[in-house]
Each structure stands twice: as C-alpha cells, then as structure tokens.
Design a protein around this ligand. Structure first.
Ligand SMILES: Nc1ncnc2c1ncn2[C@@H]1O[C@H](COP(=O)(O)OP(=O)(O)OP(=O)(O)O)[C@@H](O)[C@H]1O
Length: 251
C-alpha cells in the first residue's frame, strides 16, 4: 500500500466574480521512504497542493489517502489530532515562537499530545547531535541565525516521528551555505527512513530528491526520477531541461 495517494484532486477557488482552478486533477502516489520535490511556476498550485495534503485545506473533489485513511473527509475534531500524529511541517519562515526557548519550541507538538517529559527528552537526545542543535536548545529563536532556526524547526517537525514530512520552500529564506546544510539534513533524515515531500523553486534543492513532480495546468504534468548511478549534478541538469521544455509549452 502506498503511503500517500492522491486521486483526481481538484481545488477551485471561488470569489465573487472569479473562479480559479488551482488544481484540476492531481494524481500521484508516494511510497514510504521516498524523497519527492514538487516544482512548478508561480501560481501553478504547489502551495494549494501541499495545504491539502497537510489537511489545512480541503479539495473541491477527489481524495487524499494517507496510511489508508481518506484525509479529505476527516471531521474537524479529527483533523488536528491526525495532523499532529501523522504530519511534520517545515516552512520557509520557520514559524518558531519567540516567547519559548528553542527546546520548548521543539517539544511543543509533544506537549500538545500530552507526551511524558522523559519521552520528549529521549527523542530530543536522539536528534540533537544529528541536527547540530545541542548548543542552541537553551537559546531563544530571536538569538539564532536563519539556518539555525530552520534546524530547530526540522527538529520540531520530526520529533513526533511523523509518517510524512512536508516542507514548503524550506530553503527560501536561507543563504546558500545554510540551504546546503538543511538539504543535507533532509537527505540524512530521508536515508533514516523518513518520507519527505518538498515544494521548491530551486533546481539545486530539487536535485536532493529522488523524484521531481512538475505541476502545470492543474495536473502533474511531468515527473522524473534520479537514476541509481546518476550524479546530483546530472540530475539537476535534467531537472533544468525539463523545466525549460515545460515553460516553452506555455500558451
Ligand atoms: N485563497 C485563495 N483564493 C483565491 N485564489 C487563490 C487562493 N489561494 C490561491 N489562489 C490561486 O490559486 C492558484 C494557485 O496558487 P498557489 O499559491 O497554490 O500557487 P503556487 O504554485 O504555490 O505559487 P507560488 O510559487 O507563487 O507560491 C493561483 O492562481 C492563486 O492566485
């Protein structure tokens, strides 16, 4: 069984005079353990798609099945618990709370699930060296750099051991050295078995994934896989070529 399956997902936004088809008919499946990037031009519907998978938004039609459960039909009172148990989020702007220490920011989702403090501590101990955050835990978000904030946000996202890690432009606000560190972290988290779905505009970021989906005209227009022996540089060049071909097809 696939970890995630989207079937004919459609999302139409209706305002007073305008109807926008953000997603026409999205179909794809993700297996457990995959690292997938989603690319597409501005306005292609990437954030809409991620929000639907994140249960922050509902499709107009179609279904989203995660771990065998149709999440497009969850009741409101089931959604927040489901989100906390199954999903981890990393955003471009980190979304850390300045009034809490970095440690407490990381603990927050477990606190909300009433987890024992000993469990929180053990889980953080397992993560802190791998993420290079041991020295940052007693500081506050406003005392650390963007790259460091993103590492704290990643710790917060994975400490619940989510089935799926969702990232929306996680390197969008970072310089290239910090971006590289974050992308290497995603790679090692993925190699440890975590499934990752990342929206990005960056060719370099996308090339860390094993598979890239291109969204265009409201559908998954194209997808490419990294070859078993393909270098990251060659994969990046193929992503670039695919992007050029897709943008030429524009009306
Ligand atoms: N709340 C909303 N109400 C009406 N239209 C919306 C709303 N949110 C998004 N849209 C429209 O839906 C389409 C897809 O938007 P979305 O933000 O998903 O694109 P995107 O691919 O993430 O773009 P970007 O790369 O610029 O962030 C766009 O045409 C956008 O204007």
């Amino acid at each position: 069984m696939a970890l995630l399956e989207l079937k004919n997902v459609r999302r139409i936004y209706k305002t007073k005079n305008v109807t926008t088809t953000a997603l026409k008919e999205i179909n794809f499946t993700a297996e457990a353990g995959e690292f997938i990037s989603i690319m597409g031009e501005s306005g292609a519907g990437k954030t809409t798609l991620l929000n639907i998978i994140a249960t922050l938004d509902k499709p107009t039609a179609g279904s989203v099945i995660l771990n065998g459960k149709d999440i497009s039909n969850l009741k409101d009172n089931e959604i927040s618990q489901f989100r906390r148990n199954e999903l981890g989020f990393v955003f471009q702007d980190f979304n850390l709370l300045d009034q809490f220490s970095n440690r407490d920011n990381i603990y927050l989702p477990l606190v909300l699930s009433n987890e024992d403090e000993s469990v929180m501590k053990t889980r953080l101990d397992q993560l802190k060296d791998r993420l290079g955050i041991a020295e940052l835990l007693d500081k506050y978000p406003y005392e650390i750099s963007g790259g460091q904030k993103q590492r704290i946000a990643i710790a917060r996202a994975v400490i619940t051991k989510p089935s799926l890690l969702l990232a929306d432009e996680p390197t969008g606000a970072l310089d290239s050295a910090s971006s590289e560190m974050i992308l290497n972290l995603f790679t090692s988290i993925n190699e440890a078995g975590q499934t990752v779905l990342m929206v990005t505009h960056s060719l370099r970021a996308a090339s860390f994934a094993k598979r890239v989906l291109f969204i265009k005209d409201g559908i998954v227009y194209h997808e490419i896989y990294r070859g078993d022996h393909e270098s990251q540089q060659d994969f990046m060049e193929r992503i670039n070529q695919a992007q050029i071909v897709l943008s030429r097809g524009k009306h």
